[in-house]
Design a protein around this ligand. Structure first.
Ligand code: 5RP
Length: 228
């Protein structure tokens, strides 16, 4: 989907800030917050500090070492997910999103932990700028986390599914694995594609969030925030 005419091309960062600020409306005193990864989430973490939320949260569960460091730097205790049974809210960004709230994630290589925290959370609020909204997923190369020794095998299987996988050679995930970015996919049935890729031996996680989509999408735009 094309940006609305009022969305200026240089406004993506401001739109991320707007979406992040809108997400503050879902916080409650004393809650444990699930926190994702990326520049939109970094804007959220900054707002947690400047808007006084760092002291009001009981703690956070984090989807990456990078977000953990940022949360600790503003004084938010970061908890082990295994110690948390009730996680009311997870807030994270996305690389692409549809109006069905299905997502491609993993541009920051944190997709596996992101998917785990999303699975545990009662509510997943996704914060994006307007450039992320699409009609069909797949223009953004689909990240797949793989066990390192399976990288070439998985790449061959992904080619059979119609994609062109490229190894993100300079990246090792927080879990010690490799990332393949699959180019050239037009993902007409995201739930089926997610299941197919997850079944390839050696795949840890595919960055399609379709079986468990976001519950609410906050799309930052030049003129405000659209709720989907
Ligand atoms: C990290 C992610 C991020 O949510 C995604 O890459 C979006 O990042 P940004 O907010 O910087 O645009 O999935 O693995």
């Amino acid at each position: 989907m094309s940006p609305s005419p009022e969305d200026k091309p240089d406004s993506a960062q401001a739109s991320k800030q707007r979406a992040a600020r809108a997400a503050l409306g879902f916080l409650h005193d004393g809650m444990i917050l699930g926190v994702g990864t990326g520049s939109t989430v970094n804007a959220l973490i900054e707002l947690l500090a400047t808007e006084g939320w760092a002291a009001r949260l009981r703690g956070a569960v984090s989807s990456s070492d990078a977000s953990t460091a940022r949360l600790r730097a503003i004084g938010v205790p970061v908890l082990d997910l295994n110690e948390v049974t009730d996680l009311a809210l997870y807030i994270d960004g996305a690389d692409e999103a549809t109006r069905a709230r299905m997502l491609i994630k993993g541009g920051g290589a944190a997709l596996t932990r992101e998917k785990i925290v999303a699975a545990v959370a009662a509510r997943f609020v996704c914060i994006v700028d307007h450039t992320k909204l699409v009609d069909t997923l797949g223009h953004f190369p689909l990240p797949v986390e793989v066990i390192p020794m399976a990288r070439s095998y998985v790449a061959r299987q992904l080619t059979q599914l119609g994609g062109q996988p490229r190894w993100r050679a300079d990246v090792t995930t927080d879990n010690g694995n490799a990332i393949l970015d699959v180019h050239g996919l037009s993902i007409g049935d995201p739930i089926a594609m997610e299941a197919s890729i997850n079944q390839i031996t050696g795949v840890v996680t595919v960055g399609l969030f379709a079986a468990r989509p976001a519950d609410l999408l906050l799309v930052g735009r030049t003129g405000g925030v659209e709720r989907i």
